[in-house]
Design a protein around this ligand. Structure first.
Ligand SMILES: Nc1ncnc2c1ncn2[C@@H]1O[C@H](COP(=O)(O)OP(=O)(O)O)[C@@H](O)[C@H]1O
Ligand SMILES: [Mg+2]
Length: 334
């Protein structure tokens, strides 16, 4: 039996179906991500799990218990939102203690639990600070502590890092993952950022228009997209239609052929391989540690990534090259 079991769950607003017959099973201790573009229904799905939104159809079971209609505060779920949603007139300790006070826990109990989570999220010394005296990253750690202090059965995080700048975002995501592992806490993390999903998750559910488009381990989702949508969303896949696949590679396919830019091997002067595809460099884009070339072969434009090893490596526009693409690195998608 799955820890969290979602069966045929739908949410409609008027005529619009925003969560469409979703089935998913999440195991105890897993860190999963709902990944998808803005508007695909991630927040709505999460809010139904939390109990802030009533499903139009379907069921949610947590540890075997049907919680579909249970009130939010009875579910044992902790949630962190993109906007910190802290009480501005309460200090850090009071913000964190709030949930425990609602549960009418003893003052001693509250003091002990609050101190514990403050240490866990590394906010020692900030207990008497007010939200406006904290940085964005610190505020989000208060929000995390507030969700953790009640010892939820499951932790839900809705784009908790989106409002933070890049460096803080990376630090905090490491910290969230570390805490999650230490507590063995079943966690659902929502994001529209594929890099965030790939670095954090045991398993990713890629969502599109209210449906789960593909689920799988991060590595699988990245290297084996099942659909054109996933290939487009996950990276910078080259997507060849049937005609291009035939012209370029002599392959007969029905959907699209997805090929990752880093899996195409680019041979420049001197390197001979008569079986490789002749191509011409059209453009390049410097992406820091890699150079992304746009190359043309038989009328088709392809993106090819190459490590930016040294300054002399750059291939000028118009350079004739050859491309090696292994059959294993081509993936047919729906
Ligand atoms: N309370 C609501 N009433 C009507 N439509 C809503 C409501 N909440 C969300 N939606 C619509 O549902 C769709 C999915 O929204 P949401 O779950 O917030 O997506 P995401 O979190 O993936 O960006 C959007 O088209 C949004 O406009
Ligand atoms: Mg959202």
């Amino acid at each position: 039996m799955a820890f969290l079991d979602i069966a045929q769950l739908s949410k409609r607003y008027g005529k619009q179906t925003v969560v469409d017959n979703v089935d998913m099973q999440i195991q105890a201790g897993e860190f999963v991500t709902f990944l998808g573009p803005s508007g695909c229904g991630k927040t709505t799905l999460l809010r139904m799990i939390a109990g802030f939104e009533t499903p139009s159809a379907g069921a949610i079971r947590l540890q075997g218990e049907d919680i579909t209609a249970a009130p939010a505060q009875k579910r044992g779920i902790g949630m962190v939102f993109q906007s910190y949603a802290l009480f501005p007139n309460m200090d850090v300790a009071a913000n964190i203690a709030f949930g425990l006070k609602m549960q009418k826990r003893s003052a001693d109990d509250i003091r002990r639990k609050v101190a514990e989570v403050i240490a866990l999220v590394e906010l020692n010394g900030r207990e008497r600070h007010y939200p406006h005296q904290l940085s964005g990253g610190q505020r989000q750690r208060v929000a995390l502590a507030r969700a953790l202090v009640v010892e939820p059965r499951i932790l839900l995080l809705d784009e908790p890092l989106s409002a933070l700048d890049a460096r803080i975002r990376r630090n905090l995501r490491e910290q969230i993952r570390d805490i999650q592992r230490r507590l063995g806490l079943t966690t659902i993390f929502v994001t529209h950022d594929q890099e965030e999903a790939l670095t954090l998750s045991d398993r990713i559910f890629v969502m599109n228009q209210g449906k789960v488009e593909q689920e799988g381990a991060a590595e699988t989702i990245y290297t084996q997209p099942a659909t054109e949508f996933v290939a487009r969303f996950m990276g910078n896949y080259n997507l060849l239609d049937a005609q291009q696949s035939h012209a370029l590679l002599g392959l007969e396919i029905s959907g699209h052929l997805a090929i990752r830019p880093e899996s195409i091997h680019l041979l420049a002067d001197g390197q001979r391989d008569e079986t490789a595809l002749p191509a011409v460099i059209r453009q390049h884009q410097l992406l820091g540690n890699i150079i992304r070339y746009q190359v043309e072969s038989k009328g088709t434009l392809l993106q090819v990534d190459r490590l930016n090893r040294n300054a002399g490596d750059l291939l000028a526009r118009g350079t004739e090259v050859r491309l090696q693409i292994r059959r294993n690195d081509m993936r047919e998608v729906r």
